[in-house]
Design a protein around this ligand. Sequence first.
Ligand code: M6R
Length: 615
Amino acid sequence: MCGIVGYIGYREAYPIIIKGLKRLEYRGYDSAGIMLYNGKNLQIAKTKGKVSDLESKSSDIAQSAATIGMGHTRWATHGVPNDINSHPHVSNSGNLVIIHNGIIENYEPLKKELLNRGYTFSSDTDTEVLINLIEEVKKNEKLKLGKAVQVALNQVVGAYAICVFDKENPDEIVVARLGSPLAIGVGENEFFIASDASPFIEYTSNAIYLEDEEMAIVRLHKPLKIRKIKDDSLVDPYIQELQMNLEQIEKGGYDHFMLKEIYEQPNVIKDTYRGRLHANSGIVQMAGVEDNLEKFLHAQRILIVACGTSWHAGLVAEYIIEEFTRIPVEVEYASEFRYRNPIINPNDVVIAISQSGETADTLAAIKLAKEKGAFVFGVCNVVGSSISRETHAGAYTHAGPEIGVASTKAFTTQITVLTMIALRLAKAKGTLSNSDFYRYLQELEVIPEKVHEALESNEKAKEIAAKFKDAPNCLYLGRGYNFPVALEGALKLKEISYIHAEGYPAAEMKHGPIALIDEQMPVVVIAPKQGHYDKVVSNIQEIKSRSGKIIAVVTKGDVQVKELADHVIEIPETSDALSPLITTIPLQLLSYHIAVMRGCNVDQPRNLAKSVTVE
Ligand code: M6R
């Protein structure tokens, strides 16, 4: 969590840093700060609140001619969000400045030691401890900044992506990473530093992604040297050409990124299967799967690890993979898996799903699975992310940047990739009949059109949203493939509208949640024609007889549920297995409109951040 931006070059640093921070606000947005160096003085502004608050608070330095500086947008870990705890933090001498994304776990003993040596602290943060530790090392051992950072980091336990500046040596910024992402944009006579490439996309398409335990001294007119923090060995910088473009990270006329991303789904699902799926020729292939087909085919079990929405996509995949391939699948929250000494066999295949590719718990689960000898396959969206590099092989979802904190297109593109994996394995194992195999391929190929059709439910979703926007609670029910969609619908609602919502397998309702039902309780029921329709109809009747308000997602032309439900949203017909790709669309729209009507900040809901790089 937290976004960091740095600049060193010939342009005015202030506007670059502020714009960059706005693009990184998805990573955290409870406070923000900036440091510029104008050749004489440090110019620092920081505040609780968003980058727009920082802009208002830093108008006195907005015209600064400084061509070096750095900025931070925060998601608090140590210390409440307030002006003092905001980054940057300055060392006791007033010379060293730091911005930090991550957590220093052993900051307490380090702080104690520094207090004994006479250091004082104004904030509650671990970051202020780190900058003073660097200062102490620099002073004591008479080191240059780069070396002092390296020595200090070797005493630190935790995660970090940092930029450090020294007023006494003002033509360089020292950067380092462990567990939190850090990209360096390489321009002509200028460098950009950021948590991802979005802050510098319009200036350069050349980026270096630091690996864990690497650091660099970024200096003008000097070749960039990357070193290993532990043993000081040099690493050859690998410059990647960026695939992202500016248009992808702007709202493109939509009020919110979330809405834009919901509407992008027909296109991005196509991008996900482009070149991988040729229905008429019976081809479904992905390089990462082809290269490791034997491992998949000999897997005694597939373990899926993920968090949040990606975990829900994993649950959908469990149903699909087991049905299509008969390989047993288990889905685990990465955060539980990593700490419960799980049984992992060398012939297990572990699939890690993550939009950002940076989720700390998923990353840790991958490392654990690798230690135990399993083959780990990643399904990620962000190219070059930590998870995509840490896994043995993988497949990108190609959804393009997802900026809204609530995942939408990530979910449907993850399901698309996982369905293709299931189909490929089923073909190799012969566990699907030829006709079913071709039918699914063909159906997957036309899913984008069906998603497009499902998006036509927008007005209906808005109408229903207006009726239920003040509800304090909401239940989501689904069966089979649509049980995970019920969980996902509830997560979408709670995270952006702050309405308490729960997802349940529809039949579980009578084992407890039914007690909640009265005339105040909206119940969203996913009831497409395929699947366990009759059973869901019975569940709807049970709700009806207890006066619950039913909002049903039904297949176009449905008659039975229409008669029972208070409101219906129609979607196009699909096979049961592929229905989550469609049924989820109206639920995304419903939560979006409810959140907008409640005046919530849809793209940046409270207390959240887009990528959770702390455990
Ligand atoms: O980047 P990841 O897919 O690993 O992120 C996992 C979760 O943090 C994420 O899905 C989160 O639950 C979203 N806010 C859900 O909309």
